[in-house]
Design a protein around this ligand. Structure first.
Ligand SMILES: [Zn+2]
Length: 121
């Protein structure tokens, strides 16, 4: 894949993640008092309401964590791009297919290595 295209795809994904993260940050902050309250059990509301709030807070936190991980992967991909290694599989050193980089511009491994990785997870 052309480095300029890879750069563009990475920048697009970064903008998307940062935009969503800004939104999630607001939501996580808003949800946090409920989370604290629900965990402490010091709620004057119905237990079902507290449970719903807790679930919402947990989902927001999980989503937030996943976005943070994605940002980290993007940062590493940008470094690899700067080094001219963005399409080189980190594990077997073969060229990562264009089709894979188009779908997952931050991919660090070829499809074969990614599948092996998943089996081990
Ligand atoms: Zn590989």
């Amino acid at each position: 894949m052309d480095a300029a295209i890879a750069r563009q795809l990475l920048a697009m994904e970064r903008r998307r993640v940062e935009r969503v993260l800004g939104y999630v940050d607001t939501e996580t902050r808003a949800a946090s008092p409920d989370l604290v309250e629900a965990v402490a059990g010091a709620s004057d509301r119905e237990p079902a309401d507290a449970a719903t709030d807790l679930t919402t807070s947990m989902l927001a936190l999980t989503h937030h964590r996943r976005l943070r991980l994605r940002l980290e992967a993007l940062r590493e991909a940008e470094e690899r791009l700067a080094l001219g290694l963005f399409d080189r599989c980190k594990l077997c050193q073969t060229t990562i297919a264009n089709a894979r980089l188009e779908k997952v511009p931050w991919a660090m491994t070829c499809r074969t290595c990614a599948q092996v990785d998943e089996v081990h997870d």
